[in-house]
Design a protein around this ligand. Sequence first.
Ligand code: RFL
Ligand code: PHB
Length: 385
Amino acid sequence: MRTQVAIIGAGPAGLMLGRLLDLAGIDNVILERKSADYVLGRIRAGVLEQGSVDLMHRAQVADRLDAEGLVHHGTDLSFDGDRLRIDFTGLVGNHVTVYGQTEVTRDLMEARQGETIYEADDVAVHDFDGQPYVTWSRDGVTHRLDCDYIAGCDGYHGVCRASVPAEALTTFERVYPFGWLGVLVDKPPVAHELIYAHHERGFALCSQRSMTRSRYYVQVPAEEKVESWSDERFWDELRLRLNSETAEALQTGPSIEKSIAPLRSFVAEPLRFGRLFLAGDAAHIVPPTGAKGLNLAMSDVGMLADALIEHYAEASQAGIDTYSQRALARIWKAERFSWWMTSLLHTFPETGRFGRRIQRAEFDYLAGSRAAQEVLAENYVGLPG
Ligand code: RFL
Ligand code: PHB
């Protein structure tokens, strides 16, 4: 088999890249370790920046997003029960759209024209400094795909970054001593907009997927097990962390999904190794507090698609040569913002009473300063590409 671009991973990054290449007439094959149903069953992000919405339009997969996506003009912060609304539209003239990653993935899967090979085992990438090819096995048979380029869109635990020689890669990492326990429930959201809440018992987030489906999170210690959390325990803990009106308005029900996500900041540099590129979670992880992970994956593959399209159309290397540097400039700003939102809103046992007072001062400063709110709003809705 031969293709122009072999894409490893059928998450949102791989599927979006495949779609943009398909539309430009560039042959590509996606190799995914899991089944399509498994990929669609992962409940993850919920907030799209306008840049991601624009990319869905460019990819001609935005009909459902336009019909069902919920435009949010602001978000609420709560600090020990004190509320502050950040008015994105009023502050920076932009907004975000609530539309689940599952839906983004489904729309891209349905539109896919090129070949996707699901349940590909033992995917390996070879010779990306020369004549690259990819091998994998299915049902005990080994296959080979020759290609011009390999796009590593295979997430944090993928094979592509792991295949780069250690001396060619620099990594930067911060692991937080806590995770987010998330619950999905078929009940209307507690508020029109999201609520990011700091409480001395820990962070909580009230989010949503639609007018009838909500997503809630509470900060838990990193070593916590999801089995220790009955639905009842989760709802009780969430209520304790919200202000009393919100806690009273909360509609609870049986969880339809419950999982714990660890929190991590991570960047690998560079993003290009000869004919291998990294994009999305394969290259970087942000803690979910700033809602940046999916959006960064989208902006990476937008840039990578443009570089490859320019290369095939004009025999130009320019986009390919600068992809890593341009993507990393954006990535680091999102890393900074996600780290800052995480630092403001979570409890950090090791920083003690001093740390909590600093967080309170940061919240009070935000509440009293339009300039500070503009900084938050500008970053949350997404910095220009
Ligand atoms: P993905 O989605 O992990 O997809 C990678 C795909 O590669 C496959 N794969 C392999 N395939 C073949 N061979 C191998 N050896 C392979 N190894 C892996 C995997 O099976 C998978 O299908 O990465 P991608 O495409 O880069 O997308 C990134 C996003 O998924 C991620 O950044 C976001 O979900 C992060 N995130 C959020 N981002 C936002 O922008 N806004 C949010 O509101 C938001 N909330 C969240 C989040 C992530 C969360 N979790 C669970 C980590 C909330 C949570 C709780
Ligand atoms: C979500 O709805 O899953 C969500 C929303 C905002 C975040 C993180 C996750 O910052």
